[in-house]
Design a protein around this ligand. Structure first.
Ligand code: GLN
Ligand code: ZN
Length: 757
């Protein structure tokens, strides 16, 4: 029978209780053997496949599994091994982890964010590579699924153009040559798969969802014409955005085209209605959101399928998640303690697959066969939407009133800064840090004991205070000018605020892979966000009571909170950003009222949330600036607003940074002074600024010379009166001794330079 099919693009690796992570870490620590690692992870892999089979997914992905990262898998399979790791003992797995984590001979390969997600991949090093197929892992995993479970799997491989675009170590003009070297390797992979009886291969080309040039489009035409000759059916898969040259992409010689109908800003469906879809191809439609945790409105999905069936025949349609489910937690069934109303509106990976199966069934057998599922789904969504948590009248009123709010500081920067300098009386080149100090094993132990109930609240509070007091003294001894309380009470800069604002909920097992074995548990922003009571005032006021030097208050800004959370999708993200902005505005006002007159509002994730297409940047950045200003603009002129960002590519966002209208910004810079300086040569920036003068990502204590250089260079382009001295970022992951030694050097260098003015 020909009919609509359900298909998946990839499944989370972690295991429901993070068994995958534990297996890896046991192996790395030497506690577990390689055999043990391989057998544990095989069991997890088969369990995940079996789940998809039992749910009734028609087309199940294989080889989406990874022991670290799928881009690294591809590199190692293709013999793309950086020279410094080629001397290994011949054990491929050792080499594999060495590339990811470094070894005695070499530093790990760089890792970076996978498109606009929080997943990080290992960047292929492509200088002088001689690609060859060392290991057809796609075949191995295909056979494994077939033999163990009788699954006719769909191997998933990252496509050659995306793979090479994500790599480094070559010049743009050499791209075509490089592609020429890799295409034969892909051909071989496909040939072997075809020979083994593989029916479909999913070839991921998310690069097609970025802004693709005509030249690049030609690469696609050439490469896929070449790969088509092998004769294995290809599903060319795109995700995370709409595809710009849709008509040209639909014409590529592949048998199925995967498109994202969720993150495409509604463009794909309307375009297809216009241009149609080739009658000899499968439309693999990503209709369930693979990037968030909310239940889909299945009634709307059924309607979408009807729209699609006006464009293609049922046998031409596959229904899929919008992207690999790698980006969501595994199952909500572990969240037994959650509020049932919230739980009813959630769908993690397993629940999303169930949604797909339901919609597929409705499409094939008629809506009448899924009425119960639709009713239950509708009831869950309505209950959540109508819950008081999503209908806070005060929040609604405040949001409705935004157009009447000025959302600007009272005086312009040039006047404010005078009022600030008048009371601050800071020396030239004031010194400060970014906020956190080392979270020693003791800090972590005490927190764990408190969470378990083994340590009373009072004892825990007292411990946090004693750490704060100790570090205020250390900072005074170091002679730092603007102090911080140290953030000992926070495990995470987003989670902490999530615990104290209305509208947030933490999960128990909502883990998502970030990089390697590292997983994060983003909070759910599920309701209207509102201020309940002061969040940081107690700690800041306590720290300030111990010193006559100013202590900075420390908050996390709206866009960073949003980018590191799962945000409700029933209202626009900008509305959620504004709700957070307004809630934090009350916190800023509470700090100010309590005498904290320097307040830092961190926005480290601003840049990483940039849309994949530049045409959408402006709207994103304007919304980011607006919500930041909601948090910061109600203070008096002589209250000094700081912000901090952890990256060094500023050229394209400098106007935004200026528009934030923060009095002082600290940014990461020590690893890329050259670049930053040219940014400031080209743009005038007249507010105060601290460029990180040493790299906090390494335990190495910087030399005096190095810091002196890092201060003197930018002073050639930035006036000394505007300049602050600080490290690159927070110091939470560093050890105490190295932190104190590095900060001592920072102050020493500052004092030397002050003499020069
Ligand atoms: N205030 C935070 C800290 O110091 C900032 C962290 C960050 O920029 N990621 O830890
Ligand atoms: Zn930072």
């Amino acid at each position: 029978m020909t009919a609509i099919k359900s298909s998946n693009l990839g499944y989370p690796r972690l295991g429901e209780k993070r068994e995958w992570k534990r297996a890896l870490e046991r192996y790395w620590s030497g506690q577990g053997s390689q055999e043990e690692l391989l057998s544990t992870t095989k069991a997890l892999r088969l369990e995940a496949l079996k789940k998809q089979q039992l749910k009734g997914i028609d087309i199940i992905p294989v080889a989406d599994f990874s022991l670290y990262d799928h881009i690294l898998d591809t590199s190692v399979a293709f013999n793309v091994i950086p020279e410094r790791f080629q001397t290994g003992d011949g054990n491929t797995l050792t080499t594999y982890f060495d590339i990811a984590r470094g070894n005695k001979e070499g530093v790990a390969s760089e890792m970076t964010k996978w498109f606009n997600t929080n997943y990080h991949y290992i960047v292929p090093e492509l200088a002088d590579v001689k690609p060859e197929l060392k290991d057809n892992r796609w075949l191995t995993y295909y056979l494994e699924a077939k033999e163990a479970l009788g699954i006719e799997g769909k191997p998933v491989i990252v496509g050659p153009i995306t793979y090479l675009k994500l790599g480094k170590g070559y010049q743009e003009e050499d791209f075509s040559d490089l592609l020429g070297k890799f295409v034969p390797v892909y051909e071989q992979v496909l040939k072997e798969l075809g020979a083994a009886g593989v029916q479909w291969v999913q070839i991921d080309e998310p690069y097609l969802a970025t802004e693709v040039s005509e030249t690049e489009l030609d690469y696609y035409r050439e490469v896929y014409a070449q790969l088509a000759k092998v004769g294995v059916k290809l599903e060319l898969q795109t995700y995370f955005e709409s595809v710009d040259h849709l008509e040209a992409v639909l014409a590529l010689p592949v048998e199925a085209i995967g498109l994202d109908f969720i993150h495409d800003h509604g463009e794909t469906l309307s375009q297809l209605k216009e241009i149609g879809f080739p009658s000899n191809k499968i439309l693999a439609a990503g209709i369930i959101d693979g990037r968030n945790v909310w239940a889909s409105d299945l009634t709307k999905k059924v309607a979408l399928v009807k729209d699609l069936l006006a464009i293609v025949k049922p046998e031409q349609l596959w229904l899929q998640p919008s992207n690999s489910l790698l980006h969501v937690p595994i199952t909500k069934s572990s969240e037994v303690t959650l509020n049932p109303v919230l739980l009813g509106g959630l769908a993690f990976a397993d629940e999303k697959l169930a949604e797909l199966v339901t919609v597929t069934k409705g499409g094939n057998q008629g809506e009448a066969t899924i009425v119960e599922e639709l009713a239950a789904n509708q009831a869950g969504i309505t209950a959540l939407n109508e819950s008081p948590d999503r209908n806070n009248p005060e929040v609604k009123k405040a949001i409705a009133g935004l157009s009447a709010l000025k959302n600007e500081r009272q005086a312009p920067f040039s006047e404010r800064i005078k009022a600030q300098k008048a009371w601050l009386k800071l020396p030239l080149l004031p010194t400060t840090t970014i906020g956190s100090f080392p979270q020693s094993p003791e800090v972590r132990q005490k927190r764990a004991a408190w969470l378990k109930g083994d340590l009373t609240q009072a004892a825990y509070d007292q411990f946090i205070e004693s750490e704060t007091a100790r570090w205020i003294e250390i900072q005074e001894e170091l002679d730092i000018d603007v102090l911080v309380h140290g953030e000992f009470e926070r495990t995470d800069m987003v989670e902490y605020f999530g615990q104290k604002l209305a509208g947030f909920q933490a999960t128990k097992f909502g883990w998502v892979q970030s990089y390697g074995s590292r997983a994060v548990r983003p909070p759910l922003v599920y309701g209207d966000v509102a201020f309940i009571e002061p969040i940081t005032v107690k700690e800041s006021v306590y720290a300030q009571s111990l010193t006559t030097r100013p202590v900075k208050g420390m908050l996390t800004a709206p866009v960073t909170i949003i980018n590191w959370s799962f945000v409700r999708d029933d209202v626009p993200k900008t509305t959620v950003g504004n709700q957070i902005g307004l809630a934090l505005r009350k916190e800023v006002e509470a700090l100010e009222a309590a005498g904290i007159k320097i307040i830092q509002v961190d926005e480290p994730a601003l840049r990483e949330g940039l849309p994949l297409k530049r045409s959408r940047w402006q709207a994103y950045l304007e919304a980011a600036v607006y919500s930041f200003k909601l948090t910061t603009t109600s203070v008096a002129d002589d209250t000094q607003i700081h912000t901090h960002m952890c990256y060094a590519e500023f050229d394209d966002v400098i106007e935004t940074i200026d528009a934030l209208d923060a009095d002082v910004i600290s940014i990461e810079a020590s690893r890329s002074h050259g670049e930053i300086i040219s940014t400031f040569e080209e743009h005038t920036y007249n507010k105060e600024i601290g460029l990180g003068v040493y790299d906090i990502h390494s335990p190495r204590v910087p030399s005096l010379e190095e810091i002196l250089g890092n201060i003197r260079r930018p002073l050639k382009v930035i006036p000394v009166e505007q300049f602050w001295i600080n490290p690159d970022c927070g110091l939470k992951t560093r050890k105490e001794a190295e932190t104190i030694a590095a900060l001592a050097k920072l102050v020493e260098a500052t004092k030397i330079i002050r003499q020069e003015y």
